[in-house]
Design a binder for this molecule. Structure first.
Ligand code: GTP
Ligand code: MG
Length: 623
């Protein structure tokens, strides 16, 4: 269908009131949802399930149409039709637990004169806290349909769908200049008075927070115990990533070893067998082994996101972050970089101050993303003994925690240095952290399982596509051309990859990197976890017999061939290495400057080199 002919309805409302859950329900999409403000930062469009001639647009949350941050501006501009799309109507989502905050926006929207329905969402939470709202009266006062909904349980969605179907489909729209002027001329005091008046007539009882909620709030925001709790939570996550994943990882490893042996008995020796065994199984298998760890990490991130704990941690860290020139506002974008730097760089749009936003974007790639987990896990598995320390901690888990900590610490340090530089230029402005604290909620397990499955599926899909393809290409590069007749060295030395590796290796020799590592780092530019797959392929082909290659998983190879200093230097390299095309591309898009992007990539590269060099030089003297 021609896009211009679609009727467009936009979902508008305060942050964290459930717009995206509703959007997913109305369009059958699965956009990201989490329990903190500022999750959606870009517009997203989907077709209405009941009527494909209607398009629904999900927008970032905004408290008012007069806005300050980039993500909020997206919402306002969309409504005003500045993106060239006329909006035919508004689905306003109101947070029933916090009507005061939401109503002002609803009134502003009403002034624009667009057809509108109001979804009074989170009504389950409001009720459980003893709040009663007279929905009929509210609808009467606002002059638009108001429907109670529990978006997460799809309650009341039918009503919203019907109301949408009954909206006039081709409204005249609004004149964006006129609307902008109208918004400018609004009298805030009069609006507030109107909100209070509506509240007085519709809200019958006060909301009482349950005791457990108050206690949990006090604990999580406590200046000392709050930190202890945060530390314990993080420690638990890394311990779990290690200890809980072990049995499944062993199982997957065995599975690929058996698969390899089985394939070897099925096929005659030769080039095809070599491709399947050493190219595909060694490459893809060595990455798939990490699925359990990634799953556990994501499960924890999702749990933390859904419970309402994260923004409290942001408040706790506001002071600490401010010493480095950032505010608690940077916390959530930065936290999401533990999953991946790409959404993290995008969610920096919620930061008002442009400089703070740039700094946040610049340090996001230092924080350990989940694609680095396989690299860390491989090397830790090879050089750090699997011991219990102080009775409860797994040493490998502790080292992993340490690596994450180095990431966090370095990010803080870099931000601090950037702040000093900025101050010299006299351009620092700090906005206090003003963020709505969402209420704690029992995580919605259906949502967690389905999001988790989406993430795991995405990882598997990458293994089946990008990683598969790169493994095959790399296999070809390490296999051809074959060794000349009567050659003395190993065949791989004469291959294209061998030649390329020896060419690059001198640059990395001071860091103790072998040429195999240099080769593996090249496809790793596409995505960090590919490094592990590439190492799998390079070492499998390099091994003398295919039998040996199948049985030798990567861990013992690294253990025997690299030596501790090289392994540690490689770990150090990956703490900073800017080698991820997707991140650089999104940084380029968000900062909109090639120069800044190159500067960010450059400083990360230099840091990686220096840190790795220092680690190598120190450890060859120790080990
Ligand atoms: N109990 C309950 N939880 C809900 C309801 N609607 C949404 N949620 C939860 O509220 C949180 C926020 O939902 P989102 O859909 O991400 O909110 P949003 O309005 O899109 O937020 P932003 O994109 O940040 O503006 C999530 O944790 C949802 O699971 C509801 O009706 N009842
Ligand atoms: Mg959203």
């Amino acid at each position: 269908m021609n896009k211009d002919k679609l009727t467009c309805f936009a979902l508008v409302g305060a942050p964290n009131c459930g717009k995206t859950v509703l959007f997913n329900g109305l369009t059958g999409s699965n956009a990201k949802v989490a329990n903190y403000p500022g999750v959606t930062v870009e517009r997203r469009e989907g077709l209405f399930v009941d009527d494909p001639s209607v398009s629904i647009i999900d927008l970032p949350g905004t408290y008012s149409l007069r806005t300050t941050t980039l993500d909020e501006a997206v919402a306002r501009d969309e409504i005003l039709g500045k993106y060239g799309r006329k909006i035919d109507g508004i689905i306003a989502v109101a947070d029933a637990t916090n009507l005061r905050m939401t109503l002002r926006m609803v009134l502003e929207l009403k002034m624009l004169g667009l057809p509108m329905v109001v979804s009074l969402n989170l009504i389950d939470v409001a009720r459980s806290r003893g709040l009663t709202i007279d929905e009929k009266k509210l609808s009467e006062l606002l002059g638009v349909p108001v429907l109670e909904t529990v978006a997460t349980r799809k309650e009341g969605i039918r009503g919203v769908k019907n109301a949408i179907a009954n909206l006039p489909q081709n409204s005249a729209g609004i004149d964006s200049n006129q609307a902008a002027q109208l918004l400018e001329s609004l009298d805030s005091n009069a609006l507030y008075a109107q909100v209070e008046d509506i509240l007085a007539q519709t809200v019958k009882t006060e909301m009482v927070m349950p005791k457990w909620h108050q206690r949990l709030d006090r604990l999580t925001l406590h200046p000392v115990w709050g930190f202890v709790l945060l530390l314990l939570v993080l420690l638990l996550v890394f311990q779990a990533v290690y200890s809980w994943s072990e049995p499944v990882m062993d199982f997957i490893e065995d599975f690929f070893a058996n698969l390899g042996e089985w394939v070897a008995t099925l096929m005659p020796e030769g080039i095809l067998q070599d491709l399947i065994l050493n190219g595909i199984i060694a490459g893809v298998g060595s990455v798939l082994v990490f699925v359990p760890q990634i799953t556990i990490l994501f499960a924890f991130i999702l749990l933390l996101e859904d419970s309402g704990y994260l923004p409290r941690a942001a408040f706790l860290l506001d002071n600490l972050l401010s010493t480095s020139g950032l505010s608690g506002r940077a916390f959530i974008p930065l936290l999401s970089s533990f999953a991946c730097a790409v959404p993290s760089v995008m969610s920096a749009r919620t930061i008002q101050d442009p400089r703070e936003r740039l700094v946040t974007i610049a340090i996001a790639p230092i924080l350990t993303c989940s694609a680095r987990l396989p690299v860390y896990a491989l090397i830790i598995g090879a050089v750090i003994p699997d011991q219990t320390v102080w009775g409860i901690f797994n040493l490998q888990g502790l080292v992993l925690f340490g690596l994450y900590f180095i990431g966090v610490f370095s990010a803080g340090l870099v931000a601090y240095i950037m702040k000093r530089l900025a101050r010299r230029k006299g351009s620092i402005r700090q906005f206090p952290l003003l963020m709505e604290l969402p209420t704690f909620r029992l995580p919605n397990f259906r949502h967690i399982f389905s999001s988790l499955w989406d993430k795991v599926k995405a990882f598997l899909k990458r293994a089946g596509t990008v990683i598969f393809a790169l493994s095959v290409i790399l296999w070809a590069l390490v296999t051809f051309p074959g060794a000349p007749e009567g050659a003395a060295g190993a065949a791989i030395d004469y291959s294209f990859a061998g030649m390329l590796g020896s060419l690059i290796q001198p640059i990395f020799a001071p860091l103790g990197f072998t040429w195999q590592m240099c080769i593996a780092m090249i496809p790793g530019i596409a995505a960090r976890e590919v490094v592990v797959a590439a190492l799998g392929t390079v070492y499998a082909v390099g091994a003398s017999g295919s039998e040996e290659a199948i049985q030798n998983a990567l861990v013992p190879i690294v253990h025997e061939q690299w030596g501790i200093p090289t392994a540690l230097a490689f770990l150090a390299w990956y703490v900073y290495a800017p080698m991820c095309m997707a991140t650089l591309a999104v940084i380029k898009r968000e900062v909109n400057s090639m120069k800044k992007t190159l500067m960010i990539a450059g400083y990360l590269f230099v840091l990686a080199y220096i840190f790795s060099f220092v680690v190598y030089q120190i450890s060859i003297r120790i080990f």
